[in-house]
Design a protein around this ligand. Sequence first.
Ligand SMILES: [Mg+2]
Length: 245
Amino acid sequence: MVTLFGPVRDGVPVYGSGGFTSYSLANLQQQLGGWSDNGIARVKMKVGRDPERDIDRVRAAREAIGPGTELFVDANGAYSRKQALAMADAFDEFGVSWFEEPVSSDDLAGLRLLRDRAPPGMDIAAGEYGYDLRYFRRMLKAGAVDVLQADATRCAGFTEFLKVDALCEARCMPLSSHCAPILHLHLCCASPRVRHMEYFHDHVRIATMLFEGVPAPVDGVLHPNLSRPGLGLEFKHADAQQYAI
Ligand SMILES: [Mg+2]
C-alpha cells in the first residue's frame, strides 16, 4: 500500500499508549515500564478522570520508565482551563512532554491558552475527532496545537489523512496518527509531516487476535512488511468464528 501512496520513510516511531485510569498503580507501571524496556522511546497515559490522583499516577509512571523515556498524558478534555494550566505546571515536574486535549477540543481558544502558557518542552496536541479537512484547518488556524492529531478511521480515510498531512506541511506543523496503528502504518510511511504513531494497547491486542501479519515495533519503530499485499494483513477467519453473531 505504501508503494502506491509514495513512501517518504521505511518505518515510523511509535509511542506506547494505554495507562488507563482504571489501572492500579502497579498495572500502570508494569505497562508503561514494559514498553520502555522494549525500546519504545515514549509512552502515554490517561489523566483527568480523578484529578486528585493524577499527580501520584504521573509520578508512578515516571518512576517506572526512568528519566530517558518521554512521558505523554491525555486528559480527553476533562480539565477546565485553569485546572489544566495548574496541571501543566505540576506535570512539568515529572518531565511530561505532551499534554493531549488538556481542555475540550471544542474549546479552541482554551487549547490556544494552554499552548501559549504551558511550560517549554510540553506540546499541546489534539485533533482526534476531526471528520473533515475544515475541522483540521480551523484547529491549525486557531493556533490551538503544537502537534496535530488525525485518525484515518474518522477523517474520511486514507485520502483525507494525506490532505491533513498537506495542511500540516503548509503550516510547518508536525502530525501524529491517532489509534489503529495497523491501519495507519503504510499511510504514515507516506506522510512527510508525521512525527510518530500511537501504538494503542487495546487496538494492538484486538488486531493481533484477528489478523495475521500485525507488525511489532523494533527498537520503537514499526516497519511495514512490503512482501505482503495491501496493508500486509490477513483476517483470521477461524479465530474470529467464536465472536460471530
Ligand atoms: Mg486522545
